[in-house]
Design a protein around this ligand. Structure first.
Ligand code: SIN
Ligand code: MN
Length: 265
């Protein structure tokens, strides 16, 4: 799947592209079952909220087949190869649960400062791709983005360990206010199956979820192969050390997996 001229122009101008209903309901259902299975496991890669509710499952593509198929999906790989002009490796893969009632905030941040300072990633030539596993609504802690903020480059930031989030480098409130005053905040919402790709320097965050509606999102981080990590300090399951180009699988791989494995309700 290639981005069209309008999507490329929007990405350049705003710093993100949203593709509603990119994955079918059948594919989403297979991924939701994978997410439930993964998030219920007790292992070091699954991080929790203060009350023990699963919050983030890192690197589950290494032990869950549906997640592994997703990593090789051309709908995710091709647009990034197109934007970077080269092949990509998997820097990170995770499911953020943002559970009903207990899902806690993700502070305002740009992704690149954490990749740069904690992993030694040289350039912002990497990107997060979000795949919605539940409907993302204005009320259940959607990802909020400050459009055009990717153009300001890497902001000054401090290491913030105040929440149940994985540690992030975050700018101060004055900086966030200044950028928001100029360009506002948007929150792409939509059905499960939607895909949101956003620039490594776009400013984003999300509020807590006190609704009964979970907001599970998968994040695949792909980086250009020329942009290998030089000094990763985070565990391997958070910042992978394999910089070989990710291969594209068959276009119907996830749909076929769903046909073979879906447990009907
Ligand atoms: C992130 O940016 O690391 C996650 C934000 C979210 O899932 O709301
Ligand atoms: Mn982020």
């Amino acid at each position: 799947m290639k981005l069209n001229a309008e999507q490329l122009a929007r990405f350049d101008e705003l710093g993100y592209v949203f593709i509603p209903e990119c994955f079918s309901q059948k594919e989403v259902e297979a991924l939701r079952q994978a997410a439930s299975d993964v998030l219920n496991q007790q292992r070091e890669e699954v991080w929790r909220e203060k009350d023990g509710t699963p919050r983030t499952a890192f690197a589950c593509h290494t032990y869950n087949e549906a997640c592994e198929l997703l990593v090789h999906d051309a709908r995710l790989i091709e647009p990034l190869e197109q934007l970077f002009g080269e092949r990509t490796y998997v820097h990170q893969f995770k499911i953020n649960a943002k559970a009903a009632f207990t899902g806690d905030v993700w502070q305002w941040h740009q992704d690149f400062p954490t990749w740069h300072k904690d992993d030694g990633m040289p350039e912002p030539k990497a990107m997060n791709i979000a795949i919605f596993l539940d409907e993302v609504m204005p009320i259940n802690g959607p990802l909020m983005i400050v459009p055009r903020s990717h153009r300001v480059g890497e902001l000054e930031s401090a290491h913030d360990l105040k929440t149940t989030s994985y540690p992030l480098w975050t700018p101060d409130n004055e900086t966030v206010s200044r950028l928001v005053e100029k360009d506002g905040i948007i929150a792409p919402t939509g059905k499960a199956g939607g895909v949101l790709m956003f620039h490594a320097n776009i400013l984003h965050g999300s509020a807590g979820n006190i609704t009964p509606y979970p907001r599970r999102i998968v994040y695949l981080t792909l980086s250009a192969v020329s942009n290998a990590l030089t000094n990763p300090t985070r565990p391997d399951f958070i910042a992978h050390r394999d910089f070989t180009p990710v291969e594209k699988g068959a276009s119907d791989a996830l749909a076929r997996y769903a046909d073979e494995h879906l447990v009907s309700a």
